[in-house]
Design a protein around this ligand. Structure first.
Ligand code: GCO
Ligand code: MG
Length: 402
């Protein structure tokens, strides 16, 4: 099963996506997502200039060996660019293996551990009234879990509150736009939002909130305490996670569960968080954490320490990543939740897929492989557009975490 071709496709059907398509001598193809929001062309170059030439002629069946070859072989280990590139190759090879076996990838991972993958949607709006209306829309669509973000009185723009309700997209300009942040205003406002939402929607709807790495551990501990009466499923990314031991402080003070991991690339980013049981959900993804092969290792370590999965699934992860995520989600023993932000119609058309949403669950494809593809002709009609994620400043002008 020799690899005879591998090509990198960059397309922008509403936002930028990088996709790797691998082809074998027998004509079997596989796809992998390599999108890294705001740094798309760095991964495209890593693949085109350094990985693709070494892939040609290799045996497509050797997934583990290829993973090790790319990880150890580069000498420079880890990092988002490297790991997204490795992820794309790994995902494409799992797709090929499934097609050759005539089985959906989840069957190769041990088969189903559950009937469906519980997903959460994003309710975001400027005011508490508006956000309640957004939550209600998700409940009507059948969602069992909703992430809630609102504007903060006194701040011009707030993370998570976008113009478009179903496809929130923060990468809005070639040069980063500047947003404003105030921890005091935020901590004062957010508990009241959840008091209202919990009161209106009752105890059975799972509620989540994304802090987007903006607090210090002691501030996060306080927020966790303030939110305890509203029984959140998780408080996400309370602090930047480079300092894994920083989570000890949060943990000592609150029973609000903690989720973290959308920027993690390898198990080394979270091994202390997991081993010391400092978190409850690990949110690493197929595309940014080295593909199905490596993400499964992270989830296996997590399973030993009562930590569940909660993979990132924002609009900047393509339907190829979502398709792959669902095969893992449905098969692992310690699945928690899957984020599901819908893609635009143009994106869905460029990436035809057969996973489907019903009653608050996503269901992976039953087709051999991942059950997703890229329509290269359509993709060619959407050329790359430079777009960066914003930056954040405190009211006195200090650059803060976005
Ligand atoms: C989430 C995220 C996203 C990210 C975005 C960055 O939880 O969905 O925080 O909104 O900001 O994916 O590329
Ligand atoms: Mg997040």
């Amino acid at each position: 099963m020799k690899i005879i071709d591998a090509r990198v496709i960059v397309t922008c059907p509403g936002r930028n996506f990088v996709t790797l398509k691998v082809e074998t001598q027998e004509g079997v193809t596989g796809v992998g997502d390599a999108t890294l929001n705001g740094r798309e062309l760095a991964v495209a170059s890593y693949l085109t200039d350094h990985v693709v030439p070494a892939l040609i002629g290799r045996d497509a069946a050797r997934i583990e060996d290829t993973w090790q070859y790319l990880y150890r072989g580069a000498y420079w280990r880890r990092g988002p660019v490297t790991m997204s590139a490795i992820a794309a190759v790994d995902t494409a090879l799992w797709d090929i293996k499934g097609k050759v076996a005539g089985l959906p990838v989840y069957q190769l991972l041990g088969g189903r551990s559950r009937d469906g993958v519980t997903v959460y949607g994003h309710a975001n709006a400027e005011s508490v009234e508006q956000v309640c209306a957004e939550v209600a829309r998700y409940v009507e669509m059948g969602y069992r879990a909703v992430r809630v973000q609102t504007g903060i009185p006194g701040l011009a723009a707030t993370y998570g509150v976008g113009k478009d309700k179903l496809f929130y997209e923060p990468a809005d300009a070639a040069i980063p736009t500047e947003a404003q942040w105030s921890t005091d205003r935020y901590l004062h406002h957010i508990p009241g939002v959840f008091a209202r939402v919990r009161d209106e929607f009752g105890p059975n709807l799972k509620l989540l909130h994304d802090v987007h790495h903006r607090l210090t551990p002691i501030e996060a501990a306080r927020l966790g305490q303030l939110l305890e009466p509203y029984a959140l499923t998780w408080m996400e990314d309370p602090v930047p996670a480079e300092l894994q031991e920083g989570f000890r402080l949060i943990r000592q003070h609150t029973t609000t569960p903690i989720a973290v991991g959308e920027v993690f690339n390898t198990v080394w980013d979270c091994q202390q968080l997991i081993r010391e049981q400092l978190i409850d959900y690990v949110r690493a993804t197929v595309v940014h954490a080295g593909g199905i092969t490596h993400l499964r290792r992270i989830f296996d370590l997590a399973a030993l320490h009562h930590v569940r999965s909660g993979s990132h699934g924002a609009t900047d992860l393509s339907p190829v990543c979502m398709a792959a995520a669902l095969h893992l989600d449905v098969s692992i023993p310690n699945f928690g939740l899957q984020e599901y932000m819908r893609h635009t119609e143009a994106t869905d058309a460029v990436f035809p897929h057969t996973y489907r949403f019903a009653d608050g669950y996503l269901h992976p494809s039953e087709e051999p492989g991942l059950g997703v593809d890229i329509d290269e002709e359509l993709a060619a009609g959407y050329p790359y557009r430079p777009a960066s994620l914003p930056v954040n400043r405190l009211e006195d002008g200090t650059l803060h975490h976005w």
